[in-house]
Design a protein around this ligand. Structure first.
Ligand code: PLP
Length: 452
């Protein structure tokens, strides 16, 4: 992106160890350093403007520089900059935020547990699930099933849960009681001619076979993203959740909805589970809860799980889990402002309108391109898979190279996208207008033409 490295880019390059970044690429190209943002746009230190087609990392749902959230953060920082929630302590704004979140849950929920990231929230989920089964007198029921290509975080346990081998190798992660089943990738993995519904049945059979092989009494929970994000933007095939959920119920297995990306409107309903009609026992949320203005996560605990924990209170004693920044008052203030804006600005309704418009525009513009294999997604979570030959679904010989080239060409044209291998992804701020979507599609189509 930047050809001549600015002073700050050099500073960054020699001092920061970047997450999820190729050390070689960073050395060769230097970082792109942002300096400001407003609405759907950000500006780098050289003054170049970009339309942020990724809302940061699928999180700045309400756009940059939103005055109401900035004011809420500033005022809360002055009034009570920190207080904790250990040992029964709390703060007024946290109490209000907890209730506001429960009021927005897709199904009745009993409690929220706060953290600072999606990863720590999923670590909390694992502990809750294990406590739940210990208290129910089912100490063997501890294994967790996730899916290949899932992304559930970067912690030691949550990276194991994540179904991306690149996050397992080299890190010596303890395998733990974690199992994976196939990703519901219809485009890539369904046999030729098989319907989506039949593919869903096949995936459900695979899941049930694994449960039976391992023993249902050993399986505690199944983790799902509504649409898989970081693992390649994979929406479920038709009927997927309808096929899966009865199996989980039959074998007394908890359904954990990881709504870190899909929560708070991204798919055109408030929660991803509402788009696909399933009822989670536990929900993980983060990112959009503060629109990325403050690091915060919230785990939602259903009555089914909470009642067991509450009934076991004597055994539990002091619940031995939590983070210094669990329920940070400044985060709670940011969340309250963000939740109000989601309602006031009719953000979910906007996604329900603009999402299908963006999908159609991408299909109209790129659907026949010889190197565009698949355009997929839901709401404002869309992916375009590039390939050598769309007819045979032949991928490019060097994985990731073409995707990165298109990403760079788009950046040259002032558009931020993300390359997950050769799938380019869009998850723009949810307040985006149709005109701004037109700009994304124009710039992106030109970037594809620049490279292919
Ligand atoms: N779960 C999902 C579905 C995610 O996409 C992410 C991050 O992108 C996480 C969990 C982890 O969140 P964090 O990066 O805040 O730890």
């Amino acid at each position: 992106m930047a050809t001549q490295l600015s002073h700050v880019a050099q500073q960054d390059q020699r001092s920061q160890f970047h997450p999820f970044t190729s050390i070689n690429d960073l050395k060769a190209e230097g970082p792109t350093v942002m300096a400001s943002g407003s609405g759907v746009r950000v500006r780098d230190v050289n003054g170049k403007e970009y339309l942020d087609g990724m809302a940061g990392l699928w999180c700045v749902n309400l756009g940059y520089g939103r005055q109401e959230i900035c004011d809420a953060i500033a005022q809360q920082s002055q009034r009570l900059s920190f207080f904790h929630t250990f040992n029964g302590m709390s703060s007024d704004v946290v109490a209000e935020c907890s209730e506001a979140l429960l009021a927005r849950a897709p199904v009745p929920m009993s409690r929220v547990f706060f953290g600072a990231s999606g990863s720590d929230a999923n670590e909390t989920q694992l502990k809750l699930i294990w406590v739940y089964n210990n208290l129910r007198g089912k100490p063997e029921k501890k294994k967790i099933i996730a899916r290949w290509n899932a992304y559930h975080g970067s912690g030691v346990a949550t990276a194991s849960l994540t179904g991306l081998p690149g996050m397992h190798t080299l890190f010596d992660l303890p395998k733990g009681p974690i199992l994976h089943v196939s990703a519901p990738n219809y485009y890539r993995n369904a046999p030729d001619g098989m319907s989506e519904r039949d593919f869903s049945r096949q995936l459900a059979k695979e899941l049930e076979a694994l449960i039976e092989r391992e023993g249902p009494d050993t399986i505690a929970a199944f983790f799902v993203e509504a649409v898989m994000g970081a693992g390649g933007l994979i929406p479920p095939p038709e009927g997927y959740f309808e096929e899966i959920t009865p199996i989980l119920k039959k074998h007394d297995i908890l359904l954990v909805a990881d709504e870190v990306v899909s929560g708070f409107g991204r798919l055109g309903t408030y929660w991803g589970s509402q788009t696909y009609g399933y009822e989670p026992d536990l929900i993980t949320s983060a990112k959009g809860v503060t629109s990325g203005y403050f690091p915060m996560s919230a785990v939602f605990i259903s009555p089914k799980v909470w009642d067991v924990i509450e009934a076991g209170a004597d055994k539990v004693g002091v619940f031995g889990h939590g983070y210094t920044y669990s329920a940070h008052p400044v985060g709670a203030a940011a969340a309250l402002a963000a939740l109000k804006l989601i309602d006031d600005l009719k953000v979910v309704e906007n996604v329900a309108d603009v999402g299908p418009y963006m999908m159609q525009s991408l299909r109209d513009r790129l659907g026949q391109h010889p190197h565009v294999g698949d355009i997929r997604g839901k709401g404002l979570m869309l992916g375009i898979e590039l390939m050598q030959d769309r007819g045979t679904k032949q991928t490019f010989p060097m994985a990731n190279r073409t995707g990165r080239q298109v990403l760079k060409a788009a950046a040259e044209r002032g558009l931020i996208t993300r390359a997950l291998g050769d799938t380019l992804v869009f998850a723009p701020p949810l307040i985006i207008s149709r005109t701004e979507v037109d700009e994304i599609v124009d710039k992106f189509a030109l970037a594809v033409d620049d490279v292919l």
